[in-house]
Write a new protein. Structure first.
Length: 162
């Protein structure tokens, strides 16, 4: 029965996005379709979805924002943000997650920081829970206080070097 549900989810995803469906996988018994977003690499914005990565050639829409090939993002409110090499964001605007005072705080495009209230799937397929549990390829981990994980799944060391 569980395999039937997984196959059905992949089949439905194939109808809407063949590339996404090919990257579907299970995490904690749940079907997870890949997230999409942008990664800034060598001065170029790259659109990522699942295992597919393509340089942005002309301005594209990403959620409520528009992203140019050079990583300049125009927000709906008219403000602009310039991505730097190593920056990443999900299509919903999430840039990174940091554990602080026992809470996982989400940093959004435009600078807003709010507590994480539901699971999020990062570009590398890692699922992050509101408690800071990281589930993906390999053994599960937990974000430590002061530790940050970027939208692309890059885990940064905490200030204490943990």
């Amino acid at each position: 029965m569980k395999n039937d549900l997984f196959e059905l989810a992949v089949a439905l995803a194939l109808l809407s996005s063949p590339a996404a469906a090919m990257s579907a996988h299970k995490v904690d018994g749940k079907v997870m379709l890949p997230s999409s977003g942008v990664v800034m690499k060598s001065g170029r914005a790259v659109m990522v979805q699942g295992d597919s990565a393509n340089a942005i050639e002309k301005e594209i829409a990403l959620g409520d924002a528009k992203v140019a090939a050079n990583g300049k993002i125009k927000l709906r409110n008219g403000e602009s943000v310039q991505l730097k090499d190593g920056d990443s964001l999900l299509s919903n605007g999430l840039m990174s997650l940091t554990k602080s005072g026992g809470k996982v705080m989400a940093l959004w495009l435009g600078g807003q920081s709010k507590p994480l209230t539901k699971e999020v799937l990062l570009l590398n397929g890692t699922k992050v829970t509101p408690a800071g549990r990281l589930v993906g390829k390999g053994p599960a981990k937990t974000l430590q206080d002061g530790q940050t994980i970027k939208a692309d799944g890059t885990l940064e060391k905490s200030p204490a070097g943990k």
